[in-house]
Write a protein that binds this ligand. Structure first.
Ligand code: ARG
Length: 474
């Protein structure tokens, strides 16, 4: 009985193929090889893009009379129905189907019958996968770029409130020079603006149609590639089929762009976890963005910020995954390339999740401006301003540096600020000093004296705030 059943089953299996290949292979795929070679478990998320590409391909086949108009319509409505089945959870993905291209094509065949078998004319899974990845990546880039803009807007809102809040700018984690807090926050705007530009630059290189390259040498089916490109919104078509099926530069560029974005998502958490500490007390994080401790009932931990910082490493890992796959690979398509997907998916998911949390966290964070200002008065941060005052009185900078260093030492001994020194103390150090020395001392004076574009002068900071605001209103 068992034997009979098996024969029945294999006959059935022959009638309903589960793969797109293997007509002449005489043995069933080893289960371990099936598990090793399948990508359906992760490339299933490309189903929308796979179907989007197939719809455009069907339209192209009809345009060049490989299929008729009614066949095209049947294929397209069948594809839309498969898409609905998947998105509404009615679709069963099976490992025997190997990949998303197979799963969709076989589902289409079940739905509309043998017309579906015409769809794969003039293409291979090699150019199809290159297409799916590019379509997926375009959407991801647009989404992530929008998230970066949203984060910038939240930062800008804080900056607009803090032009008149002086703070210490740090170098080596030590008090260095006084600046408006807004100026510090606007530094993040610059970083994220470069990330945004990199994302858009990457988009331009992703936005080329690889379809029509076939498995590697092209196709004798007279596909109209320009037409397909227009349908799918590609700016251009690829110019070498060997390159088109093996090129994963766009994946490497996407991952290196996300890696630098991930790097930029780590100093803000590093800074803000510290700013939220009782020692600093510069900011108050909203409870919704903090977690507690299982043993210390009083704890409020900035775990979200820490994890955003912590997740940076996996994005680098994803970049290295693809770099390593690509290194030393001979042209053109090799199955190794299948290892690109989980890396790009993971990097995009990681960045999106981090931004999903960081954008509202940033909006809800409160700045304790009094405390921030109080800290800016400490540690003789007007010393450089004083040295530059000497320079303007024609004292060579190195001499001025030495004189001010000695004055700072005097202040430290007496536990006073530079502006607390008497005019005669200054005159003893350098006879060229006059009453106007007091105009360069203290935080307010330092800020006013910064010169030119790019500096922390509050007038310049206001100009920058206007520039950013205008940019965002556009
Ligand atoms: N799943 C493959 C990939 O992700 C695409 C299929 C190409 N397969 C093949 N035998 N040429 O790259």
């Amino acid at each position: 009985m068992g034997k009979k059943k098996q024969t029945k089953r294999s006959k059935k299996a022959q009638k309903q193929p589960r793969k797109l290949w293997g007509t002449w292979l005489r043995k069933k795929t080893h289960p371990a090889v099936e598990r090793l070679t399948e990508s359906i478990s992760f490339d299933r998320r490309l189903y929308r893009h796979d179907i989007q590409g197939s719809i455009a391909h069907a339209a192209t086949l009809a345009r060049v009379n490989v299929i008729t108009e009614p066949e095209k319509r049947k294929i397209i409505s069948g594809l839309r129905s498969v898409e609905r089945d998947i998105s509404e959870g009615r679709f069963q993905f099976r490992i025997e189907n190997e990949d998303i291209h197979t799963a969709v094509e076989l589902a289409l065949t079940r739905k509309i019958g043998s017309v579906a078998k015409k769809l794969h004319a003039g293409r291979s899974r090699n150019d199809q996968m290159a297409l799916d990845l590019r379509l997926w990546m375009r959407d991801e880039i647009i989404h992530i770029e929008e998230q970066v803009c949203l984060l910038q807007e939240r930062i800008l809102e804080h900056a607009e409130q803090t032009v008149d809040v002086p703070t210490a700018a740090f170098t080596h984690l030590q008090h260095a020079q006084p600046i408006p807090l807004a100026h510090h926050l606007l530094a993040y705007m610059e970083m994220f603006e470069r990330d945004s530009a990199r994302l858009l630059g990457c988009y331009a290189r992703v936005n080329e149609l690889p379809l029509g390259s076939g498995a590697v040498g092209g196709t004798s089916v007279p596909v109209d590639r320009e037409f397909t490109a227009r349908l799918l919104g590609f700016d251009s078509i690829t110019h070498n089929s060997v390159d088109a099926v093996s090129n994963r530069d766009f994946c490497m560029e996407f991952l290196s762009t996300l890696s630098s974005l991930a790097v930029h998502l780590s100093p803000l958490p590093a800074e803000w976890t510290w700013w939220a500490s009782p020692e600093c007390g510069f900011i108050e994080l909203d409870d919704a963005f903090c977690t507690g401790s299982s043993i210390m009932p009083q704890k409020k931990n900035p775990d979200a910020l820490e994890l955003i910082r912590g997740k940076t490493g996996r994005v680098f890992g994803d970049l290295f995954q693809v770099l390593t796959v690509m290194k030393g690979l001979p042209l053109s398509y090799n199955r190794d390339l299948q290892e690109d997907k989980e890396a790009i998916f993971d990097a995009a998911d990681t960045i999106r999740l981090s931004l999903d949390a960081l954008i509202p966290l940033c909006a809800k964070t409160k700045f304790n401006t009094q405390r921030i200002t109080a800290m800016s008065e400490r540690d003789h941060m007007d010393a450089a301003s004083l040295a530059e005052y000497f320079v303007m009185k024609n004292v060579p900078f190195r001499d001025a540096y030495r004189i001010v260093g000695e004055l700072v030492a005097k202040c430290i001994d007496r536990d006073i600020a530079l502006q607390d020194l008497k005019l005669k103390d200054f005159k003893t150090a350098c006879p060229k000093v006059e009453q106007d020395v007091y105009d360069v001392l203290g935080v307010e004076n330092c800020l006013k004296r910064y010169q030119g574009v790019g500096s922390a002068n509050p007038r310049n900071v206001r100009r920058e705030l206007n520039r950013w605001r205008k940019l965002f209103e556009e």
